[in-house]
Design a binder for this molecule. Structure first.
Ligand SMILES: CC(=O)SCCNC(=O)CCNC(=O)[C@H](O)C(C)(C)COP(=O)(O)OP(=O)(O)OC[C@H]1O[C@@H](n2cnc3c(N)ncnc32)[C@H](O)[C@@H]1OP(=O)(O)O
Ligand SMILES: O=C(O)CCC(=O)C(=O)O
Length: 384
């Protein structure tokens, strides 16, 4: 029997990720993304919203028929019609979502806390009767009264839920507050606890890590961090940071991640920034002379993250900030040994080129500068 990883990734690229404004995956893309995630060993996938209609339900059925190893979840509002739409889809679990902050209970639904608890009692039991595992999605949990949140968890557990999803719906938490909140919830309940973080303040990954330290058993992620507004916690960041910083295993192997990242980038039409951590094209590319010198002596000098974990490698390029060592190395790769004097002459050529063109020189440009340097100087013809 497989043992459960120390923290279970429940990736929501196909639900919250697709909620990113303007994104709509085709069924072919949805299947490819699901397969890609499954291939990395992501154990849970949230794959859609059945209440959206027959096309969405068909797409969910199609993913369920792929025979993936991952357990599949769907998202639903906590109401009878949404739940009815979750029948016979071949999924394992439903996340029944209900607002838990007074703000949203009152100003979005026009209800009160008692109504929320009554809904949980009723609909969790109904979902269980349909043969579904149930997570209660606490929408806007970050703005909820902590005492009420404990009541929600107690009610959810008594009604037969196995999990509570803590949603920082508007992305306003910071790691210290998350740690405190999860410690309290973990002490108050036996439910699985899932963190759902948004990146409005650039803290989604940090908050997910804090939740893990505070007792979260599950975490929502998306590929490249796509999702509502500023997006969700990025799968690649959460997996790698949990492992590297806290020794927390998710069972997810990122060596093939760049291909999935590119697939989601293309299918979503949301370009990955050149400097986006771990997957950006430039994040293992080095130009500055001191860094390149240090890396050539020992990668550990300037390596915080091993690119091999993502199936990538360091790339050294020449530019305005290069040093002579990098020039010697670049010419050595072209089969040309350089002494330091020539390297310095060519370095000034490299710098002029970088300032004029804002890019690294090509091998043929390097060759032509070298040839110009080596060309015999034409004799000066004296004018009579
Ligand atoms: C924070 C999150 O990310 S939650 C997930 C959000 N995702 C989406 O909205 C994407 C998919 N959504 C949809 O396809 C549609 O919005 C649907 C099918 C869910 C609902 O469509 P419609 O019935 O036309 O309603 P519409 O979207 O205009 O408004 C949402 C309704 O849901 C209600 N609602 C919102 N959350 C909940 C909840 N957790 N439980 C019960 N009702 C809820 C709202 O009060 C509103 O109802 P009202 O019209 O009676 O005031
Ligand atoms: O209630 C949930 O399941 C979480 C919904 C969500 O995506 C959010 O609140 O950001």
């Amino acid at each position: 029997m497989c043992s459960q990883p120390a923290l279970v990734i429940d990736d929501t690229t196909l639900r919250d990720g697709e909620q990113s404004a303007g994104v709509a995956f085709s069924n072919v893309e949805r299947a490819a993304i699901a397969r890609g995630l499954d291939g990395l060993g992501v154990p849970e996938l949230e794959v859609g919203i059945p209440a959206m209609g027959p096309e969405e339900r068909e797409s969910i059925r199609m993913i369920a028929a792929l025979g993936l190893r991952a357990r599949l979840l769907v998202w639903a509002r906590m109401r009878g019609d949404d739940l009815a739409a979750c029948r016979d889809l071949g999924v394992w679990m439903v996340d029944l979502s209900i607002p838990v902050s007074d703000q949203q209970i009152g100003r979005k639904l026009g209800r009160d806390r008692g109504w929320v608890l009554a809904c949980i009692r009723r609909h969790v039991a109904e979902a269980r009767a349909l043969g579904l595992e149930v997570g209660v999605g606490g929408e806007d949990a970050s703005r909820a009264d902590p005492d009420f949140l404990c009541q929600v968890l107690e009610t959810a557990q008594a009604a037969g839920a196995r999990r509570f999803r803590f949603a920082d719906t508007v992305g306003i938490l910071e790691p210290f507050g998350v740690l405190e909140r999860f410690r309290r919830l973990a002490a108050a309940s036996d439910l699985e606890l899932e963190m759902h973080a948004h990146d409005d303040l650039g803290l989604a990954t940090a908050n997910t890590l804090a939740a893990a330290l505070g007792g979260a058993t599950h975490a929502n992620t998306t590929v490249n961090g796509i999702g509502e507004r500023a997006g969700n916690a990025a799968l690649e960041e959460v997996v790698l940071a949990l492992a590297q910083l806290h020794g927390i295993d998710t069972g997810v192997d990122l060596k093939a991640f760049p291909a999935l990242s590119r697939l989601v980038e293309t299918a979503s039409g949301r370009p990955v920034h050149w400097q986006k951590s771990l997957v950006g094209e430039g994040v293992f590319t080095h130009e500055a002379g001191i860094h390149v010198d240090g890396l050539m002596k020992d990668p550990a000098n300037y390596q915080g993250v091993d690119p091999a974990l993502l199936g990538r490698e360091h790339r050294l390029v020449l530019g305005k900030h290069s040093g002579s060592g990098a020039v010697i190395q670049a010419y050595a790769r072209l089969g040309i040994p350089l002494d330091r004097e020539r390297a310095l002459l060519l370095l000034s050529r490299v710098r002029r080129h970088a300032c004029a063109h804002k890019r690294a020189p090509t091998p043929s440009e390097l060759m032509s500068w070298y040839r110009a340097l080596e060309a015999p100087v034409a004799p000066t013809v004296a004018c009579s």
